[in-house]
Design a protein around this ligand. Sequence first.
Ligand code: LMR
Length: 394
Amino acid sequence: MFDHITAPDPDPIIRIMGLYLDDTRSDKVDLGVGVYRDAHGRTPVMRAVKAAEARILETQESKGYTALAGDPAFRAGMAGLLLGGAVSEDRLACAGAPGGTGAIRQLLELVARANPDATIHVPAPTWPNHPAIIAAVGLKMAEYRYFDTATGGVDMDGMLADLGRAARGDVVVLHGCCHNPTGADPTPQDWAAIAAVLEQTGAVPFIDMAYQGLGDGPDEDAGGLRHLAARLPELLVAASGSKNFGLYRERVGLAMAICSDPARRDAVAGTMAWLNRQNFAFPPDHGARVVSTILDDTQLRGAWLDELAEMRARLQSNRRALAEALRAETGSDRFGFLAGHRGMFSLLGAGPEAVRRLRDAHAVYLVDDGRLNVAGLGPGNIARVARAIAEATG
Ligand code: LMR
């Protein structure tokens, strides 16, 4: 049976994780996979998470099954965090899923059932797992222009022109905030223009919200999503609790479909629960329960928001420090765009040769496309990383 099976190549992010782990140099720097790190290079369990876990340990009396769509308190809490009341609850179909990735998979399976002819439009570039999952589900994919390498910003003219060619019933994947891998996000005006073109074509937006709170703040980061949700009849949202709650390995995700009217909601919600049943039956509960415990308690929520703000401030300060160190090293402002980006990632504009040299000669790990995770920087390595980047890209 297995005579002809060959292992698919790992995606570029997973490959770099492996290379980094295998490197025995003590001064290696991990700017690869998208996990948050503190100034000591650790990925901490957030304080509010620890407190919520202690409370759950003390009070939880059963590990019996939840609903196929997951714990209702988790669904409601996440819907509130994402939408801030922009859409009435009777239009929302939600299901818990194993992580943001699981939510993407479930929603694309929903699309495959609702409109198997849909083309899924993704930004160029995008997270490598988007095309992989689209192919696995058997849907068609097209790229739209997104990143302007000359300015380090969003190519709005190119994006709007390409999205204008989407067909009614197609799906347009948009990163809600902290675009992965570029770090370049649309402005509020840009979101309004995106909403207008979607309105005109009848294509359905699919917001991948994996970094809410790590850009400008939870509400600010959801501004684009809420604008689209207030204006368009249908939306898909895949949300992750991996990064903003630091719950990576617990696999916390929410799949959400916003329906045009309450009459359609039950059929969509029922399909989503059924899809969960086919794939994994019940979604993981522990991380989801941690999230709802935090969101539903004023004190824990406040503590979580405070720590999230600290994380966000650290990312921004790392960005500024790296941009400054690179200005000093190169005598130019060609990396100045780093300070203006949001979230963990930026595309450095380094070619594959430079990325390889950074890895081999300097033990500095970026993803092959030149994406760097600024969370891996700190006072102990910024000067060295800046010198290495200047040397390798010079
Ligand atoms: C990343 O982009 O590095 C993260 O989202 C982790 C992952 O699963 O790829």
